[in-house]
Design a protein around this ligand. Structure first.
Ligand code: PRX
Length: 592
């Protein structure tokens, strides 16, 4: 095992003693700390309460556009804008419980719309701006969305499928009659509207600033996010206002957010990380956030950290690997001294990346594990707990995680099995407040998560060591069985990227008559390396040495890029389907 990393932050962590907190944890205490007295609306707690306090003029959001334009928004401005959006929606006939989907680039209106929707008790459905017409149709149709808020540059895609969406009454277009609030380039402002479309700016202009925020029952739906399963169309995971308890306390204890922090979550709200930790969680803590409309670009990313003085940074392993690939010369050009805490989520964090982080930032990167369904971080590395590189860390206080077999028996340390979370009793909390409450309109698939009594099964396999650290193996369906050995693709990918020539790797199990499956690796080379038989052999040999004889890739294919989801996960399912000539399935989450 790698050496533990002890020193992680020079500030006193918000969670100074993990063991004590885990032992004595009570959700009731969090409720009291947040002052959560129902009925209450998450938007009042995350925005309005600050706008009415001394934080009124504190910057809530630093926005940077794709072309480098930028603006700041205070909590007061967020309150005012979201109130008007709430009123605009009421004027258009939206009522409590109606679904309002948001299909916008990462501009201010995306954030204020989600808040405004929550304020009137409607249910927000954030979607990635890169979605194509089919992905839009599936989500809008399944959820029965009444209104869509989109941008002039994206509206064409909805026109292609609108006929198939009988419940969609209005499309509100940002940037059609005036440049949008966040000065988005190219939104010229004079796009003629079509039947059924209304201008966001015009409607907002008419709407009053004062809004009576809807008092919500904690169990009322707040947002729906669609996530892919192994089969079928994406599932609409439903979350409720009660989630705010989990949002608040995980942001405080795991992200370690403090009053003076400038926090940057690189995720889009179309992915649950961007909704929970790029919007609600940090604002429930009154924290200043940064958002960047543009795509990944190493220099631009580093310059954001430098220019805004980012202190806490929540990102994904893919992004970190790409930064690593960009090389040490790039990082040296920027002053990144403001950074004090870095976290990652979404896929396994390779120990190699942690080592690189220690070198270039002088900081340990903290892995966190959770899912769209769990609604908040469930397993994490904390500033007060030594990090074991390659481990996802320990369960968040108030949740019990375990490795179980198919009958629900806990397996002893070291054994791989199903990663499961204890669920206790009926709703509302089923174990923790942010647990999904339903899959929209799909009771059957929802129940599939709970077929082992007493447990929520995550679909992941993992093991736990004797000290309670959890180690990810793979998605249950990604695990490779080769000659009787269980091999997690991550294990192999992680070892592959340690080879000097390998930038990125995706690994699948390929059916083999002799071995059940063999390991096949798809590899993107670093600059300056060319595919060759010699290099192939060298890489195989490297892994054989690193891991074991059964874990080395018997087949290697060099590629220009690895297919990934928009949230940066390697799409092994797609690699496999292409390899085997099978249907590619739902590609709506595939990155361009
Ligand atoms: O397989 C696990 C992987 O991502 C899955 C959840 O995907 P999604 O709902 O899109 O993620 C939401 C944001 C967290 C998990 O079942 N995953 C997530 N975090 C990690 C991870 N795999 C390994 N290590 C992680 N830290």
């Amino acid at each position: 095992m790698e050496k533990e990393i002890h020193k992680q932050t020079h500030l006193t962590p918000n969670l100074p003693d993990y063991k004590k907190a885990y032992k004595g944890f009570q959700w009731e205490a969090v409720r009291t700390e947040l002052g959560l007295v129902p009925p209450v609306n998450i938007a009042s707690k995350a925005v309005d309460q600050h706008a009415r306090s001394w934080r009124r003029n504190k910057v809530a959001l630093y926005w940077e556009g794709a072309e480098g334009q930028n603006c700041k928004y205070t909590f007061y401005e967020l309150q005012k804008e979201s109130n008007r959006i709430g009123n605009m929606l009421l004027n258009l006939g939206v009522r409590r419980g109606d679904r309002v989907f948001v299909f916008l680039p990462r501009i201010l209106e995306l954030y204020t719309s989600v808040i405004g929707i929550a304020k009137i008790g409607a249910v927000a459905g954030p979607m990635f701006s890169a979605f194509g017409p089919e992905a839009l149709r599936d989500r809008l149709l399944d959820s029965g969305a009444k209104v869509l808020i989109t941008h002039a540059s994206l509206r064409e895609r909805i026109h292609q499928v609108w006929d198939e969406l009988p419940e969609l009454k209005h499309v509100i277009v940002v940037g059609a009659s005036a440049p949008s609030a966040s000065l988005r380039a190219g939104s010229g402002g004079h796009v003629p509207l079509r039947k059924g479309e209304v201008s966001f700016e015009r409607e907002v202009e008419k709407a009053p600033r004062g809004l009576e925020v809807e008092d919500m029952d904690l169990e009322d739906p707040l947002y729906i996010l669609y996530t892919s399963g192994t089969t079928g169309k994406p599932k609409g995971v439903v979350h409720v206002h009660h989630d705010m308890l989990s949002h608040y306390i995980t942001s405080k204890w795991v992200l370690d957010l403090k009053e003076e922090d400038v926090y940057w979550c690189t995720a889009d709200p179309g992915w649950v990380t961007g909704t929970v930790y790029g919007l609600w969680g940090p604002w429930l803590n009154g924290c200043s956030q940064v958002t960047f409309e543009g795509r990944f670009e190493a220099e631009h990313w580093y310059s954001i950290i430098e220019r805004y003085g980012v202190t806490v940074w929540y990102t994904a392993p893919t992004a970190l690997r790409m930064l690593m690939k960009a090389g040490p010369e790039v990082v040296k050009k920027y002053n990144l001294k403001s950074l004090r805490y870095i976290l990652s989520v979404g896929e396994p964090l390779n120990p190699e990346v942690i080592r690189w982080g220690m070198e270039v930032f002088g900081l340990c990167i903290h892995d966190t594990w959770w899912q769209t369904e769990t609604g908040a971080i469930m397993i994490a590395n904390y500033p007060s707990v030594p990090v074991r590189p390659g481990s996802m860390g320990k369960p968040f206080p108030g949740t019990e995680a375990a490795i179980i077999d198919g009958k629900g028996h806990k397996l002893p340390p070291g054994n791989s099995g199903i990663l499961a979370l204890k669920v206790a009793g009926p709703l509302p909390t089923q174990g923790w407040p942010s647990m999904m409450r339903a899959l929209w309109g799909d009771e059957k698939r929802y129940k599939e998560y709970f077929t082992i009594p007493g447990w929520y099964t995550t679909g992941d396999t993992a093991h736990v060591d004797k000290d309670g650290y959890f180690w990810f193996i793979g998605r249950a369906d990604d695990v490779i069985m080769t000659a009787g050995h269980r091999v997690g693709p991550f294990e192999v990918e992680s070892a592959l990227v340690e080879h000097r020539a390998v930038a990125e790797a995706g690994v699948i199990g390929k059916p083999d008559p002799e071995r059940g499956e063999i390991i096949k690796a798809f590899i993107v080379l670093r600059h300056g390396h060319k595919p060759s038989i010699e290099l192939e052999e060298e890489i195989k040999e490297f892994i054989r040495h690193r891991l074991s004889a059964h874990a080395y890739p018997r087949e290697i294919q060099f590629m220009d890029g690895i297919p990934k989801t928009r949230s940066g996960k390697i799409m092994r399912r797609l690699l496999k389907a292409r390899e085997l000539g099978l249907p590619e399935g739902d590609l709506s989450t595939l990155e361009d």
